[in-house]
Ligand binder design. Structure first.
Ligand code: MG
Length: 167
């Protein structure tokens, strides 16, 4: 069995009057992410973690923000394309562990919704997806409310079917 881990990071600037979408969920907020796409930093970090684990470069290589095709795109489509890229190389996602760092709004009520949505997109059980949220204790750009940052760790597996048969 081939087993890999990947790590992803993304951050976006927040601005007044923009919609806020994180983890495929629309979150009520007076500020949202400035971005070429829908600005879903959770999904962008998740895509980078998956691509990194499979040694398939990064999200900017596959979905460049200079390409008009991706202007305003629903990032869940990018995640579906990323999962398909991994599947082409026979990788299966094993788990995802996500940390969202932003000062406000508070995300506690939205974590279960993100978990359900991301598990569906990753074709995983919800017990294999964790969404955590925290503030930056008012320090730095996140603490000042200027932006949101996200870190993601994932694991992926290949060729486990045979191993399971013989165990
Ligand atoms: Mg991004």
């Amino acid at each position: 069995m081939d087993f890999r881990v990947g790590f992803g990071y993304d951050s976006h600037r927040l601005a007044d009057g923009l919609p806020l979408r994180l983890g495929g969920i629309d979150i009520p907020s007076d500020r949202g992410c400035v971005a070429h796409s829908d600005g879903d930093a959770v999904i962008h970090a998740l895509c980078d973690a998956l691509l990194g684990a499979a040694a398939l470069e990064d999200i900017g290589t596959h979905f460049p923000d200079t390409d008009p095709a991706y202007k305003g795109i629903d990032s869940t489509l990018l995640l579906q394309k990323t999962v398909a890229l991994l599947q082409k190389d026979h990788w299966k996602v094993n788990n995802a562990d996500i940390t969202i760092i932003m000062e406000k709004p508070k995300l506690a009520d939205y974590k279960p919704l993100m978990r359900t949505r991301l598990a569906e997109l990753l074709q995983l059980g919800e017990d294999a997806v964790c969404v955590k949220a925290k503030t930056n204790e008012k320090m730095g750009f996140v603490g000042a409310g200027e932006g949101v940052a996200v870190t993601v760790a994932v694991s992926i597996v290949k060729g486990c079917r045979q191993a399971l048969v013989f165990l």
